[in-house]
Structures are given as structure tokens and as C-alpha cells.
Design a protein around this ligand. Structure first.
Ligand code: 5GP
Length: 238
């Protein structure tokens, strides 16, 4: 498969065309941003860890019935994925109050929620990814009701699978953000990434944060946290 011109550069990844119009190549960077790009930095080896952790989790999800965009990992930082049109929503699932949920509703960070929650944000940095409900999604033509239902069903199933898997590795899944895409035949598949950039992972026993909050909140030990996640999930270090 040949890597052709760059299609797009995001905050954490570059996307390239290939000689197959249905296949793209993702290249993960070490660049780190927070607060819609206001805070910028580098996390050493993050691109390698996020590429490998994402593919490891996507493969496991695919094996358990969640369709994903993953085709094949081809190097430490590069992966072939199905070309999709991204549904412009951030789909956030929460098990424990943290981050913007704690702030918005005045709930102490760390409080277990009585049931997992799902929220949509409009994927738009200029607007600060505002919360959006399913009526708005329909009104703006961002997805159909059937697509919204499929996305919600997959997101909750991803939560059940990941929560169990991670707990066995001593990791509590606090919350996470998913993105979905549509293939050329209209199938909804899980896209983007699942990594310490997009999930809150806390150590089961100590509640130590093992994710991007260490970068967002200037807590130090950022690289070690990403390494620890890769070590627990894959038994490997960079
Ligand atoms: P919160 O809304 O509390 O800031 O984030 C909830 C969860 O979704 C966290 O796990 C966070 O990492 C993830 N998340 C929400 N928005 C974004 C985003 O724009 N980029 C990334 N990488 N993760 C996000």
C-alpha cells in the first residue's frame, strides 16, 4: 500500500491518502493539546503508545461485535483505516463524575454515577465543542434517528466491554470520548482513537490518574502514565 498526499492534519494525527480510494493511513504524532488547542506541548512517544493502544482495543472490540474502521497497523505510528465520513459528534460516556460533568453539575470528581451516561458534543473547536442533544442533531441534519440509535447502542456496548477488560488490569474507566464514521455504503463504524488522550483511566487501588489529565492539569509524570497504560494493556513498553 502506497502512502500518498496528506489529506488532513489534526491536533494529534495526520491522515494520508493511499493508492486505494477506500483506505487511508493515519500517522500519530507526539503533539499534545488541551482546552481546544489553547495549551500546547509534546508527550514523548505518545504517538507510538496511542497508535498501539488504540489498535489493541479496536481489535478487541471488533472481535466482540463492534464494527470499527481498523484495517491494519503498519508501523509504530502508522495504521491503515477504512475511509469514512466522520459524524461530527463527540460521543462521551461516563461511569464516574469528572472533568466538565463535575463542573457543570456540581458533582464531586470521583463520585460513582448511578448509571452510565451518554452525551453528545458538536465537534467544532471554534465553538468549543458545545453540548448538543439528539433533537439538535436531527434538526441540523448531522445524523438520522437510526444512526443516533446505532451510535448510542455501540457506545454503551464499548463501555461494558472496556470497563470489564480494564478493571482486570487494575484500571478504572472513568469516562471516554468516541467518534463514529460512515463508510461509503453507509455503515456506522467506530473511528478515531481510544487512548489515554481520549479516556480517563484511574488506578483501581490508588485512583492515580493515568491519562491526559496529567498534561491538562500540569501534574507531571505524563510520559510515565502513558507508558504504564501500554504496559498494563500489552505487556510492553516503548
Ligand atoms: P470532559 O467533558 O470531562 O472534559 O471529557 C470527558 C471525556 O472525554 C474525557 O475522557 C476526555 O478525555 C474526553 N474528551 C472530551 N472531549 C475531548 C476532546 O476534544 N479531545 C480529547 N482528546 N478527548 C476529549
Amino acid at each position: 500500500m502506497e502512502k500518498l498526499e496528506q489529506l488532513y492534519e489534526g491536533k494529534a494525527k495526520k491522515v494520508f491518502k493511499t493508492d486505494d480510494p477506500e483506505v487511508l493511513m493515519v500517522d500519530y504524532k507526539d503533539d499534545a493539546t488541551a482546552f481546544n488547542g489553547e495549551k500546547k506541548g509534546t508527550i514523548q512517544s505518545k504517538g507510538i503508545i496511542n497508535n498501539r493502544v488504540t489498535n489493541h482495543l479496536m481489535k478487541m472490540l471488533e472481535d466482540q461485535g463492534i464494527p470499527t474502521h481498523l484495517i491494519k497497523e503498519i508501523s509504530d505510528r502508522e495504521t491503515l483505516v477504512k475511509k469514512v465520513t466522520i459524524v461530527p459528534l463527540e460521543v462521551i460516556i461516563r461511569n464516574v463524575a469528572a472533568g466538565s460533568f463535575s463542573k457543570r453539575y456540581g458533582v464531586e470528581e470521583g463520585k460513582e454515577l448511578l448509571a452510565p451516561t451518554l452525551e453528545f458534543s458538536l465537534k467544532n473547536d471554534d465553538l468549543g465543542d458545545p453540548l448538543i442533544n439528539s433533537y439538535h442533531v436531527l434538526a441540523l441534519g448531522l445524523a438520522t434517528q437510526e444512526e443516533i440509535d446505532t451510535i448510542a447502542k455501540y457506545a454503551f456496548k464499548v463501555n461494558e466491554i472496556l470497563k470489564k477488560y480494564l478493571l482486570d488490569l487494575g484500571i478504572k474507566l472513568i469516562d471516554f470520548k468516541l467518534e463514529f464514521g460512515k463508510t461509503s455504503d453507509g455503515t456506522i463504524v467506530l473511528a478515531d482513537e481510544i487512548s489515554p488522550d481520549t479516556c480517563r483511566f484511574w488506578d483501581k487501588d490508588t485512583n492515580e490518574k493515568l491519562d491526559k489529565d496529567r498534561f491538562r492539569r500540569d501534574m507531571g509524570g505524563v510520559e510515565n502514565a502513558y507508558e504504564e497504560i501500554m504496559k498494563r494493556l500489552m505487556g510492553e513498553t516503548v
